[in-house]
Design a protein around this ligand. Structure first.
Ligand code: FAD
Length: 382
C-alpha cells in the first residue's frame, strides 16, 4: 500500500523525512512556508560532533546518523562537503579540565575512543591554537558537512522520486475528523493525507496549540560570525569546553549568571570563510544580533587563535535552535491525535541527526521496523 504523507517544514529534518519516505514508497507532499533551509538549517554551523554526546539514545542515534552520512554523497550523487575532519574540545581552565576528564572517561566507557591531549599536542594537530590552552580532547571520527547542501540535496532527491514540493506555502492548520488528523490547510487549499509529519523546528508547537497539545520546544538563539575568506588553515572541528557546558545547561526558566551562554565553535567553509560561534540564549523568536554577544564571541575566538585578532568579520547572524527540556529530539506520534507525527526539537544536533531522524520517521509512518528503540523520543515522555 502507498501512503499519502504531508511533511510540513523544509529544513534538514523535513527534507530528510521527505527523502526517506519516498524511498519507502510513500506519496509525499513537502510543504514549506518560505524556502528549503530558510529556518534554522540555513543559520547554523556544520559540525557532526559525536565525541561529547551523552551515551544513551542520542549518541546511539548520532552513530547511526554518521553511518548514513558516509554513504549519502554517493547515494544522492551530490557533493555535500562531508569530511571526516576529527574534532577537538579545547580546554582553558583547570575547572574545564576536570569536566573534560570526566567526560572522556564516560565516553571511553561507552566505546567512544575520545582522548585527552596536552596543549602542545593540540597546537601540533591544529597550528595557530593558543599556547595558553592547557589541553584538548581529540576524536578522529567527528565530521562536518554543509547543512544547506544536505537540505537541498534531500529535497531534490525526494522530488526526483515523485514528491511534490510546495514552497512559499505556510501550513495554517491541521485538518481533523474524530480526533484523527486527515491533512493540512494552506492559504489556498486543503491537502488530505494518511499521515502528516510536522517538522517545523521551533515553529512546531504553533500547529498543536489549537488542540491544547503542549509541544515543549523553545527557541534557543545562537549567534554566528562570518569572516572574510582566508587560506585554509582549520583542519578539524573545534569547540571549547565552555561551549559544551553552555549546551548542557537546562535553565531556561531561571536567571543565568552568563545570560549569553558564549562558548567557541569554529569551522571553516570550503570557500575559506570562518564560521565562528556561538551563544545560547532564550530570546523567544527574536533573531536580532546583539553587538555585546558578537564582541564576546570574537574575544573567545582570539583567545583560542591569537592570529584571528586581525581577521575581518564580514557579517553576523543568529539562528534559533529547537530546544527541548531534556536535550533530546521529539520523534513520534502524538497521543490522542492519530495520523500526525512530530519530527523536531533537535536543538544543536539537527545537522548531525538529520539522516537518521528522516529514516526513523519514514519507517514509523510506513509501519516498518527501524530496529531502534524509538519510544524514548516520543512526545509523551514530557
Ligand atoms: C547557531 C547554530 C549553530 C548550530 N550548529 C549546529 C552544528 O554544528 N551541528 C548540528 O548538528 N546542529 C547544529 N545546529 C542545530 C541545527 O541547525 C538544528 O537542529 C536544525 O537545523 C533543525 O532543523 P529543522 O528542520 O528541525 O528546523 P528548521 O531548519 O528550522 O526547519 C523548519 C522549517 O519549517 C518551516 N516552517 C515554519 N512554519 C511553517 C509553516 N506554518 N508551514 C510550513 N513550513 C513552516 C520553516 O520555514 C523552516 O524552513 C545549530 C543551530 C544554530 C542556531
Amino acid at each position: 500500500m502507498s501512503y499519502k504523507v504531508v511533511v510540513a517544514g523544509g529544513g534538514l529534518i523535513g527534507a530528510s523525512t521527505a527523502y526517506y519516505l519516498t524511498k519507502s514508497g510513500a506519496e509525499v507532499t513537502l510543504i514549506e512556508s518560505k524556502d528549503i533551509a530558510s529556518g534554522t538549517s540555513g543559520a547554523c554551523d556544520r559540525a557532526i560532533m559525536l565525541q561529547s554526546k551523552k551515551p544513551g539514545p542520542t549518541l546511539d542515534l548520532a552513530i547511526e546518523s554518521i553511518a548514513l552520512y558516509k554513504e549519502l554523497e554517493a547515494e544522492l550523487e551530490t557533493e555535500l562537503e562531508y569530511r571526516k575532519s576529527g574534532g577537538m574540545i579545547i580546554i582553558e581552565t583547570p575547572e574545564e579540565m576536570a569536566a573534560m576528564e570526566h567526560m572522556v572517561e564516560r565516553q571511553q566507557k561507552a566505546g567512544i575512543d575520545v582522548k585527552l591531549i596536552t596543549g602542545k599536542e593540540a597546537q601540533e594537530r591544529q597550528p595557530g591554537l593558543s599556547k595558553d590552552l592547557i589541553g584538548s580532547t581529540w576524536w578522529e571520527e567527528d565530521a562536518e558537512v554543509n547543512p544547506l547542501k544536505v537540505s537541498f540535496a534531500m529535497a531534490n532527491a525526494a522530488k526526483s522520486r515523485g514528491a511534490k514540493i510546495k514552497l512559499g506555502t505556510p501550513v495554517k492548520r491541521l485538518l481533523t475528523e474524530n480526533n484523527r488528523v486527515i491533512g493540512v490547510e494552506t492559504p489556498t487549499e486543503k491537502i488530505y493525507a494518511d499521515a502528516v509529519v510536522v517538522a517545523m523546528g521551533v515553529w512546531t508547537p504553533k500547529l498543536f496549540e489549537p488542540f491544547g497539545v503542549d509541544v515543549p520546544i523553545i527557541p534557543r538563539q545562537g549567534h554566528i560570525l562570518v569572516s572574510e575568506r582566508m587560506p585554509s588553515f582549520l583542519h578539524t572541528g573545534i569547540l571549547s569546553a565552555a561551549y559544551i557546558a553552555n549546551k548542557l545547561k537546562r535553565n531556561h526558566q531561571s536567571e543565568d549568571p552568563d545570560p549569553f551562554g558564549v562558548g567557541l565553535a569554529i569551522g571553516q567553509t570550503h570557500s575559506g570563510s570562518l564560521l565562528i560561534g556561538g551563544s545560547r540564549q532564550f530570546t523567544g523568536y527574536n533573531t536580532e544580533t546583539n553587538p555585546e554577544v558578537i564582541r564576546k564571541i570574537g574575544e573567545a575566538a582570539v583567545r583560542a587563535f591569537p592570529l584571528l585578532a586581525k581577521a575581518r568579520i564580514i557579517r553576523a547572524f543568529t539562528g534559533l535552535r529547537p530546544y527541548t527540556p531534556d536535550g533530546m529530539p521529539i520523534l513520534g506520534p502524538v497521543e490522542g491525535m492519530d495520523g500526525v507525527y512530530i519530527a523536531a526539537g533537535h536543538e544543536g544536533d539537527g545537522v548531525a541527526l538529520a539522516p537518521i531522524s528522516g529514516k526513523i520517521m519514514a519507517h514509523m509512518v510506513c509501519g516498518e521496523n527501524s530496529g531502534m528503540d524509538i519510544n524514548t523520543f516520543s512526545l509523551s515522555r514530557f
